[in-house]
Design a protein around this ligand. Sequence first.
Ligand code: PLP
Length: 393
Amino acid sequence: MNNRQLFLQHVAQTSPAPLAIEIVKAKGTKLWDKQGKEYIDLIAGISVCNVGHRNPKVVKAIKKQADDYLHLLVYGEFIETPEVQYAKMLTDHLPASLNSVYFTNSGAEATEGAMKLAKRFTGRPNIIAFNKSYHGSTQGALSIIGDEYFRNAYRPLLPGIKHLEYNSHEAIDAIDEQTACVILETVQAEKGVYAPSLEWMNSLRQKCTETGTLLILDEIQTGFGRTGSLWGFEQYYITPDIVLLGKALGGGMPLGAFIADKKIMNSFTENPVLGHITTFGGHPVCCAAGMAAMKFLLKNKLIESVKEKEFLFRALLKHPKIQHVRSRGLLMAIEFDSFDTNKKVIDACIMKGVLTDWFLFGANCMRIAPPLTISKKEIERACEIIVEVCNSL
Ligand code: PLP
Protein backbone atom coordinates (compact mmCIF):
# COMPACT_ATOMS: atom_id res chain seq x y z
CA MET A 1 0.00 0.00 0.00
CA ASN A 2 1.24 3.51 -0.69
CA ASN A 3 1.15 6.28 1.92
CA ARG A 4 -2.16 7.62 0.69
CA GLN A 5 -3.80 4.22 1.09
CA LEU A 6 -2.17 3.75 4.51
CA PHE A 7 -3.38 7.22 5.55
CA LEU A 8 -6.95 6.38 4.60
CA GLN A 9 -6.74 2.92 6.12
CA HIS A 10 -4.93 3.50 9.41
CA VAL A 11 -5.13 7.18 10.31
CA ALA A 12 -8.53 7.88 11.89
CA GLN A 13 -10.63 9.77 9.37
CA THR A 14 -12.99 12.49 10.58
CA SER A 15 -13.41 14.30 7.29
CA PRO A 16 -15.32 12.68 4.42
CA ALA A 17 -12.95 14.42 1.98
CA PRO A 18 -9.50 15.05 3.43
CA LEU A 19 -7.08 17.05 1.28
CA ALA A 20 -4.69 14.07 1.39
CA ILE A 21 -1.76 16.04 -0.03
CA GLU A 22 1.55 14.53 1.05
CA ILE A 23 3.82 17.39 2.09
CA VAL A 24 7.48 16.51 2.38
CA LYS A 25 9.03 19.89 3.15
CA ALA A 26 7.98 23.29 4.44
CA LYS A 27 9.84 26.58 4.77
CA GLY A 28 8.55 30.08 5.41
CA THR A 29 5.31 30.45 3.43
CA LYS A 30 6.04 27.55 1.09
CA LEU A 31 5.12 23.87 1.15
CA TRP A 32 6.31 21.16 -1.24
CA ASP A 33 4.52 17.90 -1.91
CA LYS A 34 5.92 14.49 -2.79
CA GLN A 35 5.80 15.28 -6.50
CA GLY A 36 7.85 18.45 -5.94
CA LYS A 37 4.89 20.78 -6.47
CA GLU A 38 5.17 24.07 -4.60
CA TYR A 39 2.31 25.69 -2.66
CA ILE A 40 1.97 29.16 -1.18
CA ASP A 41 0.43 28.51 2.22
CA LEU A 42 -2.37 31.00 2.90
CA ILE A 43 -3.61 29.29 6.07
CA ALA A 44 -0.46 28.66 8.14
CA GLY A 45 -1.71 25.39 9.61
CA ILE A 46 -4.81 27.37 10.73
CA SER A 47 -3.13 30.43 12.28
CA VAL A 48 -0.27 28.41 13.77
CA CYS A 49 2.87 29.22 11.78
CA ASN A 50 2.84 33.00 12.31
CA VAL A 51 6.64 33.18 12.05
CA GLY A 52 6.71 30.87 9.04
CA HIS A 53 7.17 27.16 8.67
CA ARG A 54 10.36 25.78 10.16
CA ASN A 55 11.55 29.20 11.24
CA PRO A 56 15.35 28.73 11.74
CA LYS A 57 15.26 30.28 15.23
CA VAL A 58 12.50 27.91 16.27
CA VAL A 59 14.28 24.88 14.81
CA LYS A 60 17.51 25.88 16.59
CA ALA A 61 15.69 26.23 19.94
CA ILE A 62 14.06 22.82 19.49
CA LYS A 63 17.40 21.18 18.72
CA LYS A 64 19.09 22.84 21.67
CA GLN A 65 16.35 21.80 24.09
CA ALA A 66 16.33 18.26 22.71
CA ASP A 67 20.02 18.07 23.58
CA ASP A 68 19.31 19.11 27.21
CA TYR A 69 16.13 17.27 28.22
CA LEU A 70 12.71 16.22 26.94
CA HIS A 71 9.89 15.24 29.30
CA LEU A 72 10.96 15.05 32.94
CA LEU A 73 7.91 14.93 35.19
CA VAL A 74 4.21 15.86 35.24
CA TYR A 75 3.18 19.53 35.10
CA GLY A 76 4.15 21.84 37.90
CA GLU A 77 6.73 19.87 39.89
CA PHE A 78 10.18 20.60 38.50
CA ILE A 79 11.56 24.01 37.60
CA GLU A 80 11.97 23.70 33.85
CA THR A 81 13.78 26.66 32.34
CA PRO A 82 11.90 26.86 29.00
CA GLU A 83 8.54 26.86 30.79
CA VAL A 84 9.60 29.41 33.40
CA GLN A 85 11.22 31.72 30.86
CA TYR A 86 8.31 31.54 28.45
CA ALA A 87 5.78 32.21 31.24
CA LYS A 88 7.85 35.26 32.21
CA MET A 89 8.05 36.48 28.63
CA LEU A 90 4.31 36.07 28.04
CA THR A 91 3.33 37.84 31.24
CA ASP A 92 5.82 40.66 30.48
CA HIS A 93 3.81 41.29 27.31
CA LEU A 94 0.37 41.07 28.90
CA PRO A 95 -1.49 43.45 31.24
CA ALA A 96 -0.30 43.19 34.86
CA SER A 97 -3.34 41.19 35.99
CA LEU A 98 -2.53 38.38 33.56
CA ASN A 99 0.49 37.18 35.46
CA SER A 100 0.11 33.44 36.01
CA VAL A 101 0.37 30.95 33.13
CA TYR A 102 -0.96 27.42 33.04
CA PHE A 103 0.52 25.67 29.99
CA THR A 104 -1.56 22.98 28.32
CA ASN A 105 -1.08 20.77 25.26
CA SER A 106 -3.78 22.31 23.08
CA GLY A 107 -6.29 25.10 22.72
CA ALA A 108 -9.20 22.90 23.77
CA GLU A 109 -7.42 21.99 26.97
CA ALA A 110 -6.84 25.68 27.70
CA THR A 111 -10.59 26.21 27.27
CA GLU A 112 -11.33 23.31 29.63
CA GLY A 113 -8.92 24.59 32.26
CA ALA A 114 -10.31 28.12 32.09
CA MET A 115 -13.92 26.95 32.40
CA LYS A 116 -12.98 24.91 35.47
CA LEU A 117 -11.03 27.81 36.94
CA ALA A 118 -13.95 30.22 36.51
CA LYS A 119 -16.36 27.84 38.25
CA ARG A 120 -13.89 27.16 41.01
CA PHE A 121 -12.98 30.81 41.65
CA THR A 122 -16.52 32.18 41.55
CA GLY A 123 -18.33 29.14 42.99
CA ARG A 124 -21.02 29.76 40.36
CA PRO A 125 -22.70 27.24 38.03
CA ASN A 126 -23.42 29.08 34.77
CA ILE A 127 -21.46 29.93 31.64
CA ILE A 128 -22.41 32.24 28.80
CA ALA A 129 -21.04 31.44 25.34
CA PHE A 130 -21.92 32.58 21.84
CA ASN A 131 -23.55 31.31 18.68
CA LYS A 132 -21.00 30.34 16.02
CA SER A 133 -18.11 30.35 18.46
CA TYR A 134 -15.41 27.69 18.42
CA HIS A 135 -13.27 26.84 21.45
CA GLY A 136 -12.23 23.23 20.83
CA SER A 137 -13.64 19.75 20.47
CA THR A 138 -13.37 18.11 23.91
CA GLN A 139 -16.59 17.61 25.92
CA GLY A 140 -16.44 20.90 27.85
CA ALA A 141 -15.29 22.94 24.87
CA LEU A 142 -17.90 21.20 22.73
CA SER A 143 -20.59 22.17 25.25
CA ILE A 144 -19.85 25.84 24.59
CA ILE A 145 -19.39 25.50 20.83
CA GLY A 146 -21.93 27.78 19.13
CA ASP A 147 -23.39 25.36 16.64
CA GLU A 148 -26.19 22.88 17.23
CA TYR A 149 -25.16 20.57 14.38
CA PHE A 150 -21.80 19.90 16.04
CA ARG A 151 -23.15 19.82 19.63
CA ASN A 152 -26.22 17.72 19.19
CA ALA A 153 -24.62 14.36 18.48
CA TYR A 154 -22.86 14.37 21.85
CA ARG A 155 -25.59 15.08 24.36
CA PRO A 156 -25.75 15.12 27.32
CA LEU A 157 -23.24 17.94 27.45
CA LEU A 158 -22.35 20.26 30.33
CA PRO A 159 -25.34 21.91 32.04
CA GLY A 160 -25.65 25.60 32.88
CA ILE A 161 -24.55 26.90 29.48
CA LYS A 162 -26.43 29.59 27.59
CA HIS A 163 -25.64 30.42 23.96
CA LEU A 164 -26.39 33.98 22.98
CA GLU A 165 -25.87 36.22 20.00
CA TYR A 166 -22.39 37.71 19.71
CA ASN A 167 -22.32 41.49 19.76
CA SER A 168 -25.90 41.67 21.10
CA HIS A 169 -27.36 43.58 24.06
CA GLU A 170 -29.37 40.52 24.99
CA ALA A 171 -26.08 38.81 25.89
CA ILE A 172 -25.00 41.58 28.21
CA ASP A 173 -28.40 41.62 29.92
CA ALA A 174 -28.14 37.86 30.54
CA ILE A 175 -25.01 38.13 32.71
CA ASP A 176 -25.90 37.94 36.39
CA GLU A 177 -24.59 36.90 39.83
CA GLN A 178 -24.94 33.22 38.89
CA THR A 179 -22.68 33.56 35.84
CA ALA A 180 -19.21 32.14 36.48
CA CYS A 181 -17.82 33.36 33.17
CA VAL A 182 -18.53 34.71 29.75
CA ILE A 183 -16.33 33.10 27.13
CA LEU A 184 -15.82 34.42 23.61
CA GLU A 185 -13.34 34.76 20.79
CA THR A 186 -12.02 38.30 20.54
CA VAL A 187 -12.83 38.02 16.83
CA GLN A 188 -15.11 35.16 15.82
CA ALA A 189 -12.86 33.31 13.42
CA GLU A 190 -14.78 30.21 12.37
CA LYS A 191 -17.96 32.16 11.71
CA GLY A 192 -15.95 33.83 8.95
CA VAL A 193 -14.09 36.64 10.74
CA TYR A 194 -16.62 38.72 12.63
CA ALA A 195 -15.28 41.38 14.98
CA PRO A 196 -17.56 42.82 17.69
CA SER A 197 -18.00 46.55 18.18
CA LEU A 198 -15.81 48.52 20.53
CA GLU A 199 -18.88 49.61 22.52
CA TRP A 200 -20.15 46.07 22.93
CA MET A 201 -16.82 44.73 24.16
CA ASN A 202 -16.57 47.55 26.67
CA SER A 203 -20.14 47.03 27.91
CA LEU A 204 -19.40 43.34 28.25
CA ARG A 205 -16.29 44.06 30.29
CA GLN A 206 -18.22 46.45 32.49
CA LYS A 207 -21.11 44.05 33.13
CA CYS A 208 -18.69 41.24 34.01
CA THR A 209 -16.94 43.51 36.50
CA GLU A 210 -20.25 44.63 38.04
CA THR A 211 -21.51 41.07 38.51
CA GLY A 212 -18.19 39.48 39.52
CA THR A 213 -18.26 37.33 36.38
CA LEU A 214 -14.96 36.35 34.81
CA LEU A 215 -14.43 37.50 31.23
CA ILE A 216 -12.56 34.85 29.24
CA LEU A 217 -11.19 35.89 25.87
CA ASP A 218 -10.15 33.16 23.49
CA GLU A 219 -7.11 34.49 21.62
CA ILE A 220 -6.16 31.08 20.25
CA GLN A 221 -6.50 32.33 16.67
CA THR A 222 -6.21 36.07 17.24
CA GLY A 223 -3.05 36.04 19.39
CA PHE A 224 0.55 36.64 18.36
CA GLY A 225 -0.02 39.49 15.95
CA ARG A 226 -2.59 37.83 13.73
CA THR A 227 -5.02 40.77 13.89
CA GLY A 228 -2.39 43.52 13.75
CA SER A 229 -1.65 43.86 17.46
CA LEU A 230 0.10 41.34 19.69
CA TRP A 231 -3.25 40.47 21.31
CA GLY A 232 -6.60 41.08 19.66
CA PHE A 233 -8.09 42.55 22.85
CA GLU A 234 -5.64 45.49 22.75
CA GLN A 235 -7.77 46.94 19.95
CA TYR A 236 -10.72 47.07 22.39
CA TYR A 237 -8.82 48.68 25.27
CA ILE A 238 -10.02 46.03 27.70
CA THR A 239 -8.32 43.33 29.76
CA PRO A 240 -9.91 39.91 30.17
CA ASP A 241 -9.78 38.04 33.49
CA ILE A 242 -8.52 34.95 31.70
CA VAL A 243 -6.94 34.75 28.28
CA LEU A 244 -6.68 31.56 26.22
CA LEU A 245 -3.72 30.97 23.94
CA GLY A 246 -2.82 28.17 21.57
CA LYS A 247 -1.93 27.67 17.91
CA ALA A 248 0.95 30.17 17.30
CA LEU A 249 1.90 29.95 21.01
CA GLY A 250 4.13 26.92 20.29
CA GLY A 251 5.79 28.23 17.11
CA GLY A 252 4.63 25.08 15.30
CA MET A 253 4.81 22.76 18.31
CA PRO A 254 1.72 21.73 20.33
CA LEU A 255 1.13 24.16 23.18
CA GLY A 256 -1.81 25.94 24.76
CA ALA A 257 -2.21 28.14 27.82
CA PHE A 258 -4.75 29.86 30.03
CA ILE A 259 -3.47 32.90 31.82
CA ALA A 260 -5.03 34.75 34.77
CA ASP A 261 -4.18 36.69 37.88
CA LYS A 262 -2.38 34.63 40.50
CA LYS A 263 -5.19 35.19 42.99
CA ILE A 264 -7.62 33.54 40.56
CA MET A 265 -5.20 30.79 39.50
CA ASN A 266 -4.44 29.92 43.13
CA SER A 267 -7.95 28.46 43.47
CA PHE A 268 -6.45 25.36 41.86
CA THR A 269 -3.94 24.84 44.68
CA GLU A 270 -6.13 23.72 47.63
CA ASN A 271 -9.35 21.83 48.39
CA PRO A 272 -8.88 19.80 46.29
CA VAL A 273 -5.22 20.19 45.42
CA LEU A 274 -4.14 19.72 41.79
CA GLY A 275 -7.10 21.61 40.36
CA HIS A 276 -5.91 20.90 36.84
CA ILE A 277 -3.54 18.09 35.91
CA THR A 278 -1.54 17.35 32.79
CA THR A 279 1.40 15.07 32.09
CA PHE A 280 2.83 16.95 29.14
CA GLY A 281 1.51 20.53 29.49
CA GLY A 282 4.37 23.02 29.24
CA HIS A 283 6.61 20.47 27.52
CA PRO A 284 10.16 21.88 27.49
CA VAL A 285 10.64 21.50 23.73
CA CYS A 286 7.30 23.17 22.98
CA CYS A 287 8.03 26.04 25.36
CA ALA A 288 11.53 26.52 23.91
CA ALA A 289 10.05 26.59 20.40
CA GLY A 290 7.25 28.96 21.39
CA MET A 291 9.58 31.37 23.11
CA ALA A 292 11.90 31.44 20.08
CA ALA A 293 8.89 32.15 17.86
CA MET A 294 7.65 34.97 20.08
CA LYS A 295 11.13 36.50 20.22
CA PHE A 296 11.35 36.35 16.42
CA LEU A 297 7.89 37.91 16.06
CA LEU A 298 8.80 40.85 18.28
CA LYS A 299 12.42 41.33 17.21
CA ASN A 300 11.55 41.40 13.51
CA LYS A 301 8.59 43.71 14.08
CA LEU A 302 6.34 41.38 12.07
CA ILE A 303 3.22 42.84 13.64
CA GLU A 304 3.97 46.27 12.17
CA SER A 305 3.66 44.83 8.65
CA VAL A 306 0.33 43.07 9.22
CA LYS A 307 -1.97 46.00 8.35
CA GLU A 308 -0.04 46.79 5.17
CA LYS A 309 -0.28 43.14 4.07
CA GLU A 310 -3.98 43.06 4.92
CA PHE A 311 -4.56 46.14 2.73
CA LEU A 312 -2.56 44.60 -0.12
CA PHE A 313 -4.74 41.46 -0.02
CA ARG A 314 -7.85 43.62 0.09
CA ALA A 315 -6.70 45.77 -2.82
CA LEU A 316 -5.84 42.76 -4.98
CA LEU A 317 -8.89 40.66 -4.17
CA LYS A 318 -11.48 42.73 -5.95
CA HIS A 319 -13.65 40.64 -8.26
CA PRO A 320 -17.37 40.47 -9.09
CA LYS A 321 -17.51 36.90 -7.71
CA ILE A 322 -16.18 38.08 -4.33
CA GLN A 323 -19.16 39.42 -2.39
CA HIS A 324 -17.38 40.65 0.76
CA VAL A 325 -13.97 40.65 2.34
CA ARG A 326 -13.99 40.69 6.16
CA SER A 327 -10.65 41.03 7.87
CA ARG A 328 -8.86 41.83 11.08
CA GLY A 329 -5.21 41.98 10.11
CA LEU A 330 -4.16 38.74 8.45
CA LEU A 331 -7.29 36.90 9.55
CA MET A 332 -9.44 37.28 6.48
CA ALA A 333 -12.65 35.82 5.07
CA ILE A 334 -13.33 36.08 1.33
CA GLU A 335 -17.05 35.59 0.90
CA PHE A 336 -18.62 33.94 -2.15
CA ASP A 337 -22.30 33.41 -2.94
CA SER A 338 -22.27 29.75 -1.84
CA PHE A 339 -20.20 26.87 -0.53
CA ASP A 340 -20.29 25.43 -4.02
CA THR A 341 -18.53 28.46 -5.55
CA ASN A 342 -16.12 28.70 -2.63
CA LYS A 343 -15.18 25.03 -2.91
CA LYS A 344 -14.59 25.35 -6.66
CA VAL A 345 -12.27 28.32 -6.06
CA ILE A 346 -10.43 26.57 -3.24
CA ASP A 347 -9.94 23.34 -5.21
CA ALA A 348 -8.71 25.23 -8.28
CA CYS A 349 -6.37 27.34 -6.14
CA ILE A 350 -4.87 24.20 -4.64
CA MET A 351 -4.40 22.76 -8.13
CA LYS A 352 -2.54 25.97 -9.04
CA GLY A 353 -0.38 25.92 -5.91
CA VAL A 354 -2.22 28.15 -3.43
CA LEU A 355 -3.33 26.45 -0.25
CA THR A 356 -6.46 27.76 1.42
CA ASP A 357 -9.71 26.40 2.89
CA TRP A 358 -13.08 27.46 4.28
CA PHE A 359 -14.34 28.16 7.80
CA LEU A 360 -16.13 25.69 10.07
CA PHE A 361 -19.25 27.88 10.35
CA GLY A 362 -18.64 29.98 7.24
CA ALA A 363 -18.63 27.47 4.41
CA ASN A 364 -19.06 30.12 1.71
CA CYS A 365 -15.98 32.01 2.94
CA MET A 366 -12.40 31.32 1.91
CA ARG A 367 -9.83 31.53 4.70
CA ILE A 368 -6.76 33.71 4.34
CA ALA A 369 -4.50 33.54 7.40
CA PRO A 370 -0.96 33.14 6.08
CA PRO A 371 2.29 33.21 8.03
CA LEU A 372 2.83 36.85 9.03
CA THR A 373 6.20 36.55 7.27
CA ILE A 374 4.50 36.31 3.85
CA SER A 375 6.21 38.64 1.35
CA LYS A 376 4.57 41.24 -0.87
CA LYS A 377 5.56 39.15 -3.90
CA GLU A 378 3.94 36.03 -2.45
CA ILE A 379 0.75 37.97 -1.69
CA GLU A 380 0.68 39.31 -5.27
CA ARG A 381 1.24 35.87 -6.77
CA ALA A 382 -1.39 34.21 -4.53
CA CYS A 383 -3.98 36.90 -5.32
CA GLU A 384 -3.20 36.68 -9.04
CA ILE A 385 -4.03 32.96 -8.89
CA ILE A 386 -7.23 33.51 -6.86
CA VAL A 387 -8.42 36.15 -9.35
CA GLU A 388 -7.46 33.94 -12.31
CA VAL A 389 -9.55 31.15 -10.78
CA CYS A 390 -12.49 33.51 -10.19
CA ASN A 391 -12.29 34.59 -13.84
CA SER A 392 -12.47 30.99 -14.95
CA LEU A 393 -15.74 30.23 -13.10
N1 PLP B 1 -10.28 28.26 20.14
C1 PLP B 1 -10.23 28.72 18.87
C2 PLP B 1 -10.66 30.12 18.59
C3 PLP B 1 -9.79 27.89 17.84
O1 PLP B 1 -9.77 28.35 16.59
C4 PLP B 1 -9.39 26.57 18.16
C5 PLP B 1 -8.92 25.66 17.09
O2 PLP B 1 -9.17 25.86 15.93
C6 PLP B 1 -9.45 26.14 19.49
C7 PLP B 1 -9.89 27.01 20.45
C8 PLP B 1 -9.05 24.74 19.87
O3 PLP B 1 -7.68 24.55 19.74
P1 PLP B 1 -7.08 23.07 19.57
O4 PLP B 1 -7.48 22.60 18.21
O5 PLP B 1 -5.61 23.25 19.73
O6 PLP B 1 -7.68 22.23 20.64
